[in-house]
Design a protein around this ligand. Sequence first.
Ligand SMILES: NC(=O)c1ccc[n+]([C@@H]2O[C@H](COP(=O)([O-])OP(=O)(O)OC[C@H]3O[C@@H](n4cnc5c(N)ncnc54)[C@H](OP(=O)(O)O)[C@@H]3O)[C@@H](O)[C@H]2O)c1
Length: 253
Amino acid sequence: MDLGLSGRVFVVTGGSSGLGLATARALAAEGARTVISSRDKEKVDRAVAELSRLSPTVGTVADLADPGTPGRLLDLAAEVYGQVDGALVSVGGPPPGTAASADDEQWRAAFESVFLGAVRCARTVAAHLAEGDRGGAIGLVLSSSARSPITGLGISNGLRPGLAMVAKDLADEYGPHGVRVLGLLPGRIATERTAALDRGRPDARERALAGIPMGRYGEPEEFGRVAAFLLSPAASYVTGTSIPVDGGALRTP
Ligand SMILES: NC(=O)c1ccc[n+]([C@@H]2O[C@H](COP(=O)([O-])OP(=O)(O)OC[C@H]3O[C@@H](n4cnc5c(N)ncnc54)[C@H](OP(=O)(O)O)[C@@H]3O)[C@@H](O)[C@H]2O)c1
């Protein structure tokens, strides 16, 4: 099957590592061109060097919490490639802890980057894609917590369900313009974040594995391939929904 990604252009935030980088790799392997961003210049440069071996790639340092970031990313894509066909919006996850134990500052910081940063980026890219009914696709990297709470990740439990509903809302508004918007719900994929969450809690991995029917953590490329498919024209009738990539862990169908 031809995914139809060759020559298309995608913005990938949080694209310097983990699920963002894995998606950028899968897109680049199919001939798509990317603009990747994150906060750390060294990480961005390293990812650009790797991805450029597969397909044209540019990178920039940008914090998703910064209101100017979405516009800057679109301008860069227009300047370098002359077009944009979609975006994957990923960002560092909120800190661990229960909803009750997180203080106002932790809630506020997570809201600014994880929630408002993602909403602002998705709505800015959606409005751009809708101009002239060019169409395209936007994927929000959320979490299985959008459907079922994860013990010890209270802020994620608070913010992700709302983001899944925002994706649905944007899909309603922009569907008539050919713009698809969807959520991706990783369960436990072996990235730096997952390793950090497991570190110092020797039983965390064992307990997580017990709840995954496939009996293992996912590999980043297993997530990246699903995300690249959903962003591609091959998934042209999929929108307004959230797709788990979790080895069967979610207790909802
Ligand atoms: N991995 C999983 O199993 C899993 C499961 C459920 C949900 N998730 C969620 O999926 C998202 C990605 O997770 P991951 O595992 O890929 O994490 P990761 O390996 O830590 O990667 C996060 C990426 O986002 C960038 N980033 C962090 N904060 C940012 C900000 N404010 N603005 C722009 N870029 C930022 C990081 O680079 P810089 O440090 O350079 O900014 C990095 O490139 C997170 O929100 C996480 O909570 C992951």
